[in-house]
Design a protein around this ligand. Structure first.
Ligand code: GH3
Ligand code: MG
Ligand code: MG
Ligand code: MG
Length: 332
């Protein structure tokens, strides 16, 4: 049952509107002045508000403006119901309201306008829900539900700003499953997908709520570790490596109860906050440059881990000043 708030200082009109709307199957709340209307709107979040304009205390326009100022109530559609007819009033009213009904009103018209406003509101809510869903999909990896590259890049930007602002270390760990092509070639692509999903779960289980976990497509994954130093980042990456090594993945197509074992290699980089940034005439790296450099270094470390026999982690720290230096080569 949709809930409608009727704001009206005349008891007769309020009673007529309430009765009409109740007979149409709506739940009706009433308020006889603007302040009471605000209270009810804040606590009962009605689907629609019918608002008288001329009332003692706050006018309907003032009350509506306050409702539009509040996050909790700004989405609630308002229909002004008033005896004032001049064009200026209507125009002013329609700046905030979705519709305008003149008194005296015909009951069928009141009902029709209420229905139309609620229908419009529902369409907008549906549209917003599907937009939200699309925005989420745009930053999500379909196979694992983790962030995709695009989503991760945004998180990376935010976390770099935070790390710089609060002078906290930021860890970046990238993982690449070892000889994953062999898994696909031997057991089939669906089994490969299952391995990727299980690995995604492992990353989520071993990371903190504040960490950001992504799959970059293929069998490459990244985890951003806010406020984590080199010791912490290495412990995390090593835990992931060991968990993968010691937790075989189910292989339904290999036979009942059969499993396969995989391993993973990792490259870790930690950005340390610098003490001497920005005070000696050096051009400081931009956030994008910091991100690029961290990825480059993590990639290089991953490459070393692969070269070093796989199933291991390589890590290296850097700081802003060091990156700045690489961007501002000293010229004799
Ligand atoms: P290395 O130890 O050097 O990382 O060897 P690798 O075989 O894991 O590396 P390579 O980059 O040569 O192969 C990655 C493979 O990942 C290629 C492809 O078969 C597989 N792959 C990429 N995307 C997907 C996917 O979405 N699902 C599945 N099942 N496999 C994928
Ligand atoms: Mg009035
Ligand atoms: Mg691989
Ligand atoms: Mg790869």
């Amino acid at each position: 049952m949709e809930r409608i708030l009727v704001v009206e200082d005349s008891p007769e009109i309020a009673a007529l509107m309430s009765l009409t709307l109740r007979m149409e199957g709506y739940e009706v709340l009433t308020a006889t002045d603007g302040l009471r209307a605000l209270e009810i709107a804040f606590t009962s979040s009605p689907a629609l508000i019918l608002m008288d304009v001329m009332m003692p205390g706050l006018t309907g326009f003032q009350t509506a403006a306050k409702l539009k100022d509040e996050d909790r109530t700004k989405h609630i559609p308002i229909i002004f119901v008033t005896a004032r007819h001049d064009v200026d009033d209507r125009v002013q009213g329609l700046e905030i309201a979705v519709d305008y009904i003149s008194k005296p009103f015909a009951i069928p018209e009141l009902v029709a306008r209420v229905r139309a406003a609620l229908r419009m509101q529902k369409l907008q809510a549906d549209l917003k829900a599907s937009n939200d869903q699309l925005s989420k999909l745009a930053i999500t990896d379909a196979l694992t539900g983790l962030y995709n590259r695009r989503g991760f890049d945004t998180q990376m930007e935010d976390e770099l700003h935070r790390a710089r602002r609060f002078r906290q270390p930021l860890g970046l760990a990238i993982f690449d499953l070892d000889r994953f092509k062999t898994v696909n070639d031997t057991y089939g692509h669906p089994q490969g997908d299952l391995v990727l999903q299980v690995f995604a779960e492992t990353l989520l289980n071993l990371s903190r709520r504040v960490d950001k976990v992504a799959r970059f497509g293929g069998e490459e994954f990244a985890v951003l570790l806010p406020n984590t130093d080199e010791v912490g980042a290495k412990i995390f990456a090593e835990k992931v490596r060991a968990a993968v090594e010691h937790t075989p993945v189910d292989c339904p197509t290999c036979g009942l109860g059969k499993t396969i074992s995989v391993t993973v290699s990792g490259g870790v980089t930690i950005l340390r906050p610098s003490d001497n940034t920005g005070h000696d005439g050096k051009v400081m790296p931009s956030i994008a440059q910091l991100a690029d450099r961290l990825f480059e270094m993590a990639d290089a470390n991953l490459y070393r881990a692969k070269q070093g026999g796989r199933n291991c982690i390589q890590s290296q720290s850097t700081d802003e000043a060091e990156i700045a230096l690489s961007l501002n080569p000293i010229t004799p």
